[in-house]
Every structure is written in C-alpha cells, then in structure tokens.
Write a protein that binds this ligand. Structure first.
Ligand code: PGA
Length: 250
C-alpha cells in the first residue's frame, strides 16, 4: 500500500508566532487522523520553532527548498545539513514558483535532490505544465520530460524515497482545479514513466500527490482516483480546519 500524504506548503505566509499557532492547531485537530500522513512546510525562519511544536506528534516537517551546495559562502542559502538539524523529514523541490520566478532548472534540481536524499530527507518533487502547454495539448509531454530529466538520474534505492507532486501551474492559487479525470490521467502517465525506468513494482510504491487549488470541497473526488495518493496544499493549508478536512477526505 502506498503511503497517503497531505502536505501543507505555507509558501511565504505567516510570521513565526502565527506559524507556531497554526502548527499547534494542526497537531491538535490532526491527532486522530489515521487515513493519511500530515506534513507542513513552513518558511525557513519557522522551522526550528515549528519542529518543537511537532515533536511527539505524527505531523511531519518539511522545507520549501534547499541550497544546491553543501555549505560555504552562499549568502542567503539554507543547506540540507541545516534542514536535517531541525528534523526536516521532507523538502519540496522544483515547485513551479521556484522554476518560474527563481530560474530553477532540471540541472539544479538534480543536484538538490541528491543532496536531500543523501541526508535521508524525502524530496517532494514537483512537476506540472503551464496553461500555454495545456492548451497546446503538450501536458503529457511536459510532465514526462520533467520527470525524466531529474528522476531518471536516480538509483532505484533513491527513487523509493521520492514523493512526486503533480501541480498544474494553471491551477495553483487560481481557484481552478484540474478535474479528477485530468489529474488521474497525468498521475497514471507519471507512474508509467517511473515504471519504464524503475519497473512496475517500484512505481506502484511511489506516492504521487496532486496540488493546485485542492480544498475540502474537491479533495474527496480527487483523492478517490486510483493514482492520486494525497495532496500538496497551498492556500487551504493556512487554515488548520480546512487542512485537516482535506486530510479527512480519504
Ligand atoms: P494552492 O497551491 O493550493 O494554493 O493552489 C498549491 C501549491 O502550490 O502547492
């Protein structure tokens, strides 16, 4: 059975005190949740304090990015050692906002994913087409290319620890959600692409999350799809009750 995960990407939202409060609410409301694993990915400044709140709970901690170097003179960057030292279990990599606004390339992501995996942190590796690519009918081609460019460089042992997140860029923060069918067909395509390189057995074990305006009202239908194993949640993760309601949608 693949692990089901609902992860909250807080992006550049909340101050440290607000983030600590939100984490406390997630822990309290999520205490009885059995259907899936919950995780939160606050901004870097919050990680230490949020880690303290999550201690002893079932909620995992994630970072939203990491540096592509181990250590040294890289002003403003955060290394995987630093993430490990605050007990990060996950690290989001290649989110479309990082690809789009910060020039993150497949090459950089190959370096980052190796650094993260070396530390035993699980990457949540994001892929997804933009509106233009969707309208041109290139969505399968785009997600396959993104998958191959980074994940095909891994060993099977590394691949087992990767979580994939399909996030159609046109659905992120827009209120537009991919239909459950649109999401399912991409998830199936990504799983087949993973199977082509690593074999069907391994591909069956990989958790593939959906992201893009996922909320309590649509999560149930999306999560009912065969190849959808949870969500990477942006806006709706900023309200503990909504976030937990999404987790309860399995
Ligand atoms: P959204 O963001 O849920 O606000 O659309 C999803 C994401 O970018 O992870």
């Amino acid at each position: 059975m693949r692990q089901k995960i609902v992860a909250g990407n807080w992006k550049m939202n909340t101050t440290v005190p607000q983030g600590v409060e939100l984490a406390k609410e997630v822990v309290a409301l999520g205490e009885k949740l059995e259907a899936c694993k919950l995780a939160v990915a606050p901004p870097f400044t919050h990680l230490y304090a949020v880690a303290e709140v999550l201690k002893g709970s079932k909620v995992g901690l994630g970072a939203q990015n990491c540096a592509d170097h181990k250590s040294g003179a890289y002003t403003g960057e955060i290394s995987v050692d630093m993430l490990e030292s605050v007990a990060c279990e996950y690290c989001i990599l290649g989110h479309s906002e990082r690809r789009q606004y910060y020039g993150e390339t497949d090459e950089t992501l190959c370096t980052k994913i190796n650094l993260v995996l070396e530390k035993g942190i699980k990457p949540i590796f994001c892929i997804g087409e933009n509106l233009e690519e969707r309208e041109a009918g290139r969505h399968f081609e785009v997600v396959e290319a993104q998958t191959k460019a980074v994940l095909y460089t891994l060993t099977p042992e590394q691949m087992k620890n990767v979580v994939v997140a399909y996030e159609p860029v046109w659905a992120i923060g827009t209120g537009k959600t991919a239909t459950a069918e649109q999401a399912q067909e991409i998830h199936a395509c990504v799983r087949a692409c993973i199977a082509e390189k690593f074999g069907a057995e391994l591909a069956e074990e990989i958790t593939i999350l959906y992201g893009g305006s996922c909320k309590p009202s649509n999560a149930k239908e999306i999560f009912a799809q065969k190849d959808i194993d949870g969500g990477l949640i942006g806006g709706a993760a900023l309200k503990a009750a909504d976030f937990i309601a999404i987790g309860e949608s399995f």
